[in-house]
Design a protein around this ligand. Structure first.
Ligand SMILES: Nc1ncnc2c1ncn2[C@@H]1O[C@H](COP(=O)(O)OP(=O)(O)OP(=O)(O)O)[C@@H](O)[C@H]1O
Ligand SMILES: [Mg+2]
Length: 748
């Protein structure tokens, strides 16, 4: 070893080294957050490649999100693994997509298949419901979609689902089984798969083709699965099929961080693993290297409230660090404003750059108010797991054309392209084309081509179309024909550029959009991505580019920068770490989510989700909420999340306003603005209580913050009163009396 080589074991503790050195045979690593599980995986890969002379090409590591996969690749590269790009480090879905691209024919897929996302899927489910004669009013397509996806995640086909439905006497499942049947037919007709199929088909492929299976087992001699607690049955089966006779499979996970049971992940896989590989070595890691003691204690006290878990201790040698900060804003705008200003303050005061900070939330739509605050305050940000770049309307429109050019059988994308922009081809014409194509055993694309050929030959329309529709369809057919030819001749980026103009997409955007510049910028971005892709991998074609676009979120297209704040959902944040973490929206109904309130198991999953968020933080943690929130069109008062109450008082401090948290206070609670919250804290409650003034309708009252206003209603609210005041600025606010400290204004 040269003196410049990093010693792979120096930065590891004993248990971690043991795991790295244990290269042969099955291995299970179960350990809490920040204990170095992912570090062990990357060091193990480096150890195999560098010390055991295993070709990087024979190593695969799968994980859950694209972002985690990318971080893993980066970590491997810094460990001086020769030819580190040959290691497969990616998601299960990417792994399967690649496998099917090569061997899909074994399960009836052409190699140019399309991956449908959940929107495409939804449209197809609706179509399948019609075919199965299942009424949309009685059975929501989303519910059908959920049941079908659930069946696929346990590798069950429509026949299996029908049997199960019969056995359980479940009507909705029975319906879903029928829909499933037609849905598969539609997918097959389009030479397309959905996300669940990627896994299911890959499993099927390996199960049915012994030689493909053996080839993969030989190819990937060492398999590692990070975030194993979130694998579903199909993924676990896949991992087992990939494991060859030497059983070099290493799985790494933490049951306390299992957050995907709604996507049918099954923590029982950890138990199955020990059953399936009775000789597996089990290694636990107990030291947390990521977080300060305060953050870790906060996380531990929270998760201790879960009943269904094996208690485990995590220790750390890190310092206690700053207190965890709780802030309660009045509205979600003020919540976002607090976060933004605090981020600026951290930069100014402590030289912590926005790039070290992340804002995490339960649902995507929460990002909007934070985004707006960032724009207002001039903070650069990027969103992960939100409206992803490739999901934006203009990008999807454009991709629809590319998908069709690539896979002419793709009827879903064809239906999207045909009328974007509008070409006077109505639903009826599309329906007629579809029926005609079915009767002639043609794809819709072929039908359109036949129509346009007839038109150029001056023949009558072969399909039953009205004269105007004939012209419109023929013209569209010409366009497709021309671009099908150009596809082989032009570089991809030029092809796309030309398509945007000639298909009328640009004109369409400029004419119909309220923000055409931004949309055109996105299109430009897409073209430059295509160009970049060409120069990086000239041998890769449109197929690989489209595959990437279907699988990859926007995260991979942005340069990380120390000035860019990360906005991310709690689910997407798994496996990552940031020096500073803000979790917003800690309210009942949001975190825990209202959907989880009826079931203890679901509530515990919400708690694990909150735990995942908290344990992302290295140095500072802010837990933020708004007293009033607009959700689904309504504004209402909120209650603080029960999770806040599960955190011991001695670990936290309340922030009055951005930056104020560092002001040392004699009593930790005095800096807290009581009028803005429903959060009870014992210290404030020790203030002497004045006799309570209960406003009456028509009284004029004064509020510390909002000034004076007219009481328009006052109703009992538990042991409190809810008062609606129309403030002088004209703004109507709903307040809880005990916190609002309203004073009556007397006129003399
Ligand atoms: N022995 C060690 N010495 C110093 N730092 C370490 C050590 N082990 C891990 N770390 C650091 O601790 C942090 C957490 O490690 P890692 O991300 O591997 O944890 P994890 O167990 O995978 O966490 P999670 O469950 O959240 O995915 C990383 O910054 C890592 O570099
Ligand atoms: Mg990890």
């Amino acid at each position: 070893m040269s003196t410049h080589t990093i010693d792979l074991l120096t930065g590891l503790n004993n248990a971690q080294s043991e795991a790295v050195l244990c290269t042969e045979g099955p291995l299970l690593i179960v350990a809490g957050p920040g204990s170095g599980k992912t570090r062990v995986v990357t060091h193990r890969i480096a150890h195999l490649a560098r010390e055991c002379h295993v070709s990087p090409y024979r190593i695969a590591a799968v994980t859950f999100t694209n972002k985690a996969a990318r971080e893993m690749r980066d970590r491997i590269a810094t460990l001086q693994v020769p030819d580190s790009d040959s290691v497969f480090a990616g998601t299960f879905h990417a792994f399967c997509a690649r496998m099917l691209r090569r061997f899909g024919e074994g399960v009836g897929l052409d190699s140019n298949y399309t991956i449908y996302d959940s929107d495409d899927q939804f449209g197809l489910i609706k179509q399948a419901m019609q075919m199965a004669d299942v009424d949309e009013k009685l059975n929501h397509p989303r519910a059908m979609q959920g049941i079908i996806s659930g069946a696929k995640s346990v590798l069950m086909d429509s026949v299996g689902l029908a049997k199960q439905a019969q056995f359980e006497d479940e009507l909705s499942k029975e319906m879903a089984a029928r829909v499933y049947h037609y849905y598969e037919e539609l997918l097959g007709r389009s030479n397309a798969v959905d996300f669940d199929d990627l896994l299911m088909r890959a499993v099927q492929l390996l199960q049915e083709n012994a030689d493909v299976k053996e080839e993969y087992q030989r190819r990937y001699h060492y398999l590692m699965v990070d975030e194993f607690q979130d694998t579903n049955i199909a993924q676990y089966r896949l991992a087992r099929l990939l494991t060859g006779p030497d059983q070099n499979i290493c799985v790494v996970g933490d049951p306390d961080q299992s957050i995907y049971s709604w996507r049918n992940a099954d923590i029982r896989n950890i138990l199955s693993f020990q059953n399936d590989y009775p000789d597996a070595r089990v290694i636990t890691l107990e030291q947390n290297y990521r977080s300060t003691r305060n953050i870790l204690d906060t996380a531990s006290s929270l998760i201790a409230n879960n009943g269904m878990r094996v208690p485990k201790e995590l220790t750390t040698e890190n310092a206690a660090g700053a207190d965890v900060v709780i802030h309660e804003a009045y509205t979600q705008e003020e919540e976002a404003d607090f976060v933004g200003k605090e981020i600026l303050e951290l930069a100014r005061r402590d030289r912590i750059k926005p790039g070290s900070c992340a804002v995490m939330y339960r649902i995507n739509s929460q990002s909007r108010s934070v985004e707006e605050a960032c724009l207002r305050l001039g903070i650069k940000y990027r969103i992960i797991g939100g409206v992803q770049f490739y999901r934006r309307r203009e990008i999807r429109d454009l991709m629809a054309y590319l998908c069709v050019l690539h896979n002419p059988q793709d009827d879903v994308n064809l239906a999207r392209a045909i009328n974007t922009p509008a070409r006077g081809i109505g639903d009826k014409t599309i329906q007629d084309l579809r029926s005609w194509s079915l009767s002639k055993r043609l794809s819709v694309f072929e039908a359109i081509t036949a129509v346009s050929q007839a038109k150029s030959a001056g023949l009558p329309c072969p399909a039953p179309l009205a004269a105007r529709a004939y012209t419109a369809v023929a013209r569209f057919g010409d366009l497709l024909g021309r671009f099908s030819d150009l596809k082989a001749k032009l570089p991809m980026s030029d092809l796309i550029d030309l398509l945007v103009k000639e298909a009328g997409l640009e004109a369409h955007i400029r004419k119909t959009d309220t923000n055409p510049e931004e949309r055109m910028e996105n299109i430009q971005e897409f073209i430059s991505l295509a160009a970049e892709y060409e120069s990086d991998s000239p041998e890769d074609d449109l197929s690989a580019f489209l595959e990437r676009a279907s699988l990859v979120a926007d995260v991979d297209n942005y340069e990380e920068s120390e000035d860019t704040l990360t906005l991310i959902t709690l689910h997407q944040a798994k496996g990552l770490e940031f020096p500073v973490v803000f979790i917003v929206g800690l309210e009942e109904g949001l975190l825990p989510h209202s959907r989880s309130m009826d079931s203890n198991a679901e509530l515990e999953e919400e708690r694990r989700l909150c735990y995942v968020g908290i344990t992302r933080a290295m140095e500072r943690l802010y837990l933020v909420r708004a007293f009033q929130r607009r959700m689904w069109g309504n504004t209402s008062a909120t209650l603080p999340s029960r999770f806040l109450e599960e955190i011991p008082e001695n670990l936290i401090r309340y922030a009055r306003s951005p930056g104020a948290v560092t002001v040392p206070s004699t009593s930790s609670r005095t800096g807290y603005d009581r009028s803005l919250t429903t959060w009870e804290s014992t210290a404030v409650d020790q203030e002497p209580k004045d006799p309570v003034y209960v406003p009456e309708v028509g009284h004029t009252v004064k509020h510390d913050k909002f000034g004076s206003g007219l009481v328009v209603s006052c109703e009992e609210w538990g042991s409190d009163y809810q008062v609606e005041v129309c403030f002088d600025g004209g703004e109507l606010r709903r307040l809880l009396l005990s916190y609002a400290r309203l004073e009556k204004v007397e006129f003399y």
